[in-house]
Design a protein around this ligand. Structure first.
Ligand code: IPD
Ligand code: CA
Ligand code: CA
Length: 255
């Protein structure tokens, strides 16, 4: 099935790329920060129609409303376009993210970085790759020498929930903090050793499912802010190369 995840992510990515930079219809979801475009919808339609046709007994949980058979043995967890705000504003950092669960455990994950044309993929127990090359997290163990990444939820203005304090604490204790706007790509850059760590609150299962497995298969750690194991429904994600995990937990909990 991993080949199907890869192929359909690439097909969806191609469709999104063709729509990039065009004058698209943009709608607001929960507020003016939370957008959905016709590219998100078209990508989701393509992916879910493929799954329905080839794997009719499988379930789907996807961001733009497709939800069926969610208690099936196999569940596809789909972000049809991760980085919609970047896409809508012409910033070429966005991806397609598809995770596959069997009986509640993620067994495969693919993130397609559309503009870099890189497929990140992992199968449970088999390691992680970026376009056929094995990837591993960084070896750095000094938070002060780390480059980190984070993101902010769409309701951050109404419900800041210490997001800004955590951001300040991390900027003060690391070399640099970035905010790319695609959580799936953030995970992959930790897996590849570009970023040493990533934290975010209020992500959704489709932001987490594939990326979490890719980081774990690249020998990284993914927990909540207390260091506990998480599933894809968790609301606090901390992911790192493992070596700086404890230092990040300490800083995140100081605020
Ligand atoms: C968003 C991106 C962003 C993160 C947001 C997500 P979307 O996903 O991953 O980096 O900060 O929390 O909701 O809406 O572009 O699919
Ligand atoms: Ca997303
Ligand atoms: Ca999305």
């Amino acid at each position: 099935m991993i080949n199907d995840l890869i192929n359909i992510s690439q097909e969806a990515g191609q469709l999104i790329k063709e729509k990039f930079g065009k004058n698209l219809e943009i709608e607001f979801k929960t507020n003016e920060m939370n957008l959905v475009t016709e590219a998100d919808k078209a990508s989701e339609k393509l992916i879910t129609e493929f799954i329905r046709k080839k794997y009719p007994s499988h379930g789907v949980l996807a961001e733009e409303g497709s939800e069926f058979n969610i208690s099936a043995k196999y569940l596809w967890v789909v972000d049809p376009l991760d980085g919609t705000t970047n896409f809508a504003h012409g910033l070429p950092i966005f991806s397609v993210s598809i995770g596959l669960q069997k009986n509640g455990q993620t067994i495969a994950g693919v993130v397609y970085d559309i503009n870099q044309n890189i497929i990140y993929a992992a199968e449970l127990g088999s390691g992680a790759i970026a376009n056929d090359k094995k990837i591993k997290v960084s070896t750095n163990s000094n938070l002060g020498h780390s480059m980190l990444v984070t993101g902010f939820p769409y309701d951050v203005k109404d419900n800041p929930n210490k997001s800004f304090e955590r951001f300040i604490a991390m900027i003060k204790s690391s070399r640099a903090v970035r905010r790319l706007g695609s959580a799936a790509i953030d995970f992959c850059y930790v897996a590849k050793g570009v970023f040493d760590g990533f934290w975010e609150v209020h992500l959704h299962p489709w932001d987490i499912c594939a990326g979490k497995l890719i980081v774990e298969e690249a020998s990284g750690s993914v927990t909540d802010f207390g260091g506990k194991q998480i599933d894809i429904y968790s609301k606090r994600i901390l992911c790192s190369n493992g070596n700086i995990h404890e230092s990040m937990i300490q800083k995140l909990n100081e605020v």
